[in-house]
Write a protein that binds this ligand. Structure first.
Ligand code: ADP
Ligand code: MG
Length: 175
């Protein structure tokens, strides 16, 4: 099999479109697909309000064994704000990350992606994407044009910009 394709998703709708595109490329080009999510850390309570499919995630958190159970929270951002303590907050971010990745893997598999490998990482978003591309021997990196950030006037998000400038691999930017 030729070199692999890496797709990174932050759980946004654009990230989900990047996963769909990468899965199709994996299928058509006969390349293995590696999927990465880097745990959210920049402005979690703002970013979490923009996650796609939040109802399912809220449900998942409220039912989890370590949940603080803020069942009245109307959004993931509110859930995060209601969670006090660094350890509990880290657990929420980790649980959300695991779920984002699981859903990305399921949708990629359903779309016909081949030889899926996946990972949740912690660290700088762009650096983790670059490191995984290296580790997986990915010839192509698929990213969304935007993500969960709030600067709507920016054409291309900062993570995608940083990866674009730092790699000589093929980068596909999904709109
Ligand atoms: N935490 C993350 N984990 C994995 N991929 C990410 C992460 N954050 C951003 N990305 C990738 O970068 C794309 C663009 O996001 P980003 O540059 O952060 O834009 P924005 O400023 O709109 O959030 C996303 O669609 C996704 O492909
Ligand atoms: Mg972002």
């Amino acid at each position: 099999m030729a070199d692999r394709i890496l797709v990174a998703t932050d759980g946004s709708e654009t990230g989900a479109r990047a996963v769909a595109c990468a899965a199709e490329l994996s299928d058509k080009l006969h390349r293995g697909l590696s999927i990465l999510h880097v745990q959210l850390h920049a402005r979690p309570s703002i970013e979490l309000t923009r996650l796609a499919e939040t109802e399912h995630l809220l449900d998942h958190l409220a039912r989890a064994p370590h949940s603080a159970g803020h069942s009245s929270a109307s959004s993931l951002g509110a859930y995060y704000e209601a969670t006090k303590g660094a350890v509990e907050r880290a657990w929420v971010i980790e649980a959300i990350g695991t779920e984002i990745l699981a859903r990305a893997c399921t949708s990629a598999a359903d779309a016909g992606a081949r030889d899926i490998r996946s990972r949740v990482a912690a660290g700088d978003y762009a650096d983790e994407i670059l490191d995984m591309a290296e580790a997986e021997g990915a010839g192509m990196i698929v990213l969304g044009r935007r993500g969960l950030g709030r600067l709507r006037e920016v054409l291309v998000g900062s993570v995608t910009q940083k990866v674009l400038h730092a790699t000589d691999r093929t980068v596909v930017i999904v709109r």
